[in-house]
Ligand binder design. Structure first.
Ligand SMILES: Nc1nc2c(ncn2[C@@H]2O[C@H](COP(=O)(O)OP(=O)(O)OP(=O)(O)O)[C@@H](O)[C@H]2O)c(=O)[nH]1
Ligand SMILES: [Mg+2]
Length: 557
């Protein structure tokens, strides 16, 4: 049977691909998606089978009628390419991006003449039928589907702005290749980074056993996935630079960090220059994201006009739930009756919808990088004033990497995120460099701000944090063994806003959390005065009822 995350992904896929989606079996989940946007004459589909551990392991992919459309060589190459794509995306729903990647690969690598399959007339008939079925869309209040939130932060920006350097600094690994020339990164780098949130143990007399520990201020570390993608240049949406393919790599990002070279020493293509105004980058990058979505929707406009519901479905392709899409439509001033007049719209309405959608779906934090450079100081002051402190933060990614290296080599003792370090043992030329970092970054901006940037980015689209416990008096953790149960407030689960007690129970019972088993019996939480109260199944979790004991039919819980 499909697990909860798989069911959610399957629902979204059915709604995006509609007639192109065919269920084959429930257990294991198996389905077929017909590729729509391939420029070859024959029909081609991908068949997916989801193993229980999907998305932590790859889906099984087959191309059922390959011989009629793809040569054996192209089939082999495409399968290899899709396998790599899956491996890059492990840990998150990947079917939409695999289908998209398959379409792009075929369009780039298969000439239309190689196909032998005639166009399927039945499909045309279906389209005609939909045409005559035109109904106005209904904006019913969608139920918020809660659940676990595997948080992803995407790093965007022009080449050489410092995305990969930021990635290395935040993941504390030296995974991503960096370089002073544009397009050093082509394939995305994905890694785990930690941000931090206030921990309930700040009100206790003991530090709790937080699964990922605490930072030096006593806040609890929580993991996020960080994605560093290829640099973007103006006009990428129409194929300039490396094109807009990398934008699809960002589909699963929950918020974006726009890495800006605030020193003004690289132009919009990432080439060295002087006196460049990085305010330009803020504008054109927004325009790129806008065009990415606008052009995708516009390409389907003929179909959308025939069936306005398809407009909503198109936006679900950007990993957005219906509540987000309806909010965007409302913010754009599009009511139900307005939507039924879609045929009369001019392009301004769609531009407005895309703007509102982007604001909700992809909030952007502007990271003003290279703050260590002299020329950055005035630019940082100006951009912070223009875009506001909530949406900007001065950072020096490269100096953070330097401090981490010095720490590893035993030259200093340094807490990440701190405004100081202790010098232990270092040669005099390094001493000079360290003193410079201290005065030009740590004292001026409070820290290198890598860690603060992650916290600030998550605050733009905040999850709910929930703490499941085995006992509300001792706050001991849920767990299968005695040792696990003796730990205090070990687990903190990140949830989508709107998650209720019943959905939280389901998250706790399913992979990858798997802390509980058995059917729901009842739940209790603890009030701030220490008293306990029962919770109903449909009570929505927030940050004041989030320490919770859930009893189930299985005794071990
Ligand atoms: N002075 C200074 N240089 C930095 C900083 N961050 C990055 N750089 C330098 O900027 C250059 C580009 O850095 P990368 O991290 O490769 O840039 P990128 O945005 O990933 O570039 P692409 O992969 O080409 O898109 C490298 O020479 C880095 O050392 C910083 O905070 N300060
Ligand atoms: Mg890079």
């Amino acid at each position: 049977m499909a697990n909860e995350d798989q069911i959610e992904e399957l629902e979204a896929l059915r709604s995006i691909f509609e007639n192109e989606f065919t269920d084959i079996s429930k257990d294991p989940p198996c389905f077929m998606i017909k590729l729509q946007d391939v420029q070859i004459n024959g029909a081609i589909s991908l068949k997916f089978t989801l193993p229980t551990e999907y998305p932590d392991i790859s889906p099984v992919i087959e191309i059922p009628i390959r011989n009629q459309v793809l040569s054996a060589k192209n089939h082999r190459k495409l399968m290899g390419f899709l396998q790599e794509k899956c491996e890059e995306s492990l840990g998150m729903g990947m079917i939409f991006s695999v289908v998209d990647a398959a379409q792009q690969w075929i369009n780039e690598n298969v000439s239309p003449d190689t196909s032998e399959q005639p166009r399927d007339n039945k499909e045309l008939d279906k389209e005609e039928k939909i045409d005559s079925d035109l109904k106005p869309i209904k904006f019913e209040e969608p139920k918020l589907t809660g659940g676990r939130w595997q948080y992803v932060i995407g790093l965007v920006g022009k080449p050489s702005a410092g995305k990969s350097t930021f990635f290395n600094a935040a993941t504390t690994l030296d995974l991503a290749k960096t370089g002073a020339h544009p397009f050093t990164t082509i394939e995305p780098n994905i890694g785990k980074a930690f941000f931090s949130v206030p921990c309930p143990c700040s009100n206790l007399t003991v530090r709790c056993d937080a699964a990922n520990g605490h930072d030096f201020k006593g806040q609890r570390y929580l993991p996020v996935l960080l994605k560093d993608v290829a640099g973007l240049v103006p006009g990428a949406w129409e194929g300039k630079g490396r094109g807009n393919r990398f934008l699809n790599d960002l589909l699963d990002a929950d918020v974006l960090i726009h890495i800006i070279d605030a020193s003004g020493t690289t132009n919009e293509k990432g080439e060295e220059t002087v006196d460049y105004d990085p305010a330009n980058d803020v504008q054109w990058l927004k325009e790129e994201l806008h065009q990415w979505i606008y052009q995708n929707v516009w390409a389907k406009w003929e179909n959308i006009v025939k069936r306005p519901q398809k407009l909503v479905d198109m936006f679900t392709g950007y990993h957005a739930n219906k509540a987000t899409i309806y909010a965007a439509l409302r913010n754009a001033g599009v009511t139900e009756s307005e939507l039924s007049k879609i045929k009369t719209w001019d392009d301004k309405v769609l531009h407005r919808i895309v703007d509102c959608f982007l604001n909700i779906r992809f909030p952007i934090l502007l990271v003003l990088n290279k703050a260590d450079k002299e020329t950055a100081t005035d630019i940082i002051t100006r951009l912070s004033a223009e875009f506001g402190d909530n949406y900007t933060i001065p950072v020096s990614a490269e100096r953070e990497c330097f401090l981490q290296k010095m720490e590893k080599e035993g030259c200093i003792k340094y807490n990440r995120g701190s405004d100081s370090f202790d010098i232990l043992d270092c040669p005099s030329f390094i001493f000079t460099d360290l003193k410079k970092v201290e005065s030009s970054i740590l004292k001026r901006y409070g820290s290198t701000n890598i860690h603060n940037a992650l916290c600030q980015a998550v605050s733009l689209r905040e999850p709910v944090y929930a703490f499941p416990v085995h006992c509300l008096d001792t706050l001991q953790s849920v767990g299968k063994s005695h040792v696990e149960k003796s730990q205090i407030l070990r687990d903190c689960i990140m949830l989508k806003p709107g998650t209720n007690v019943e959905e939280f129970h389901s998250v706790l019972c399913h992979y990858p959390v798997s802390l509980l088993s058995g059917d729901f019996v009842r739940a209790e939480t603890v009030n701030t005065d220490g008293s306990k109260r029962p919770m109903k199944k449909d009570e929505v979790l927030n940050n004041s009822n989030n320490i919770m004991k859930i009893m189930t039919t299985k005794r071990s819980s």
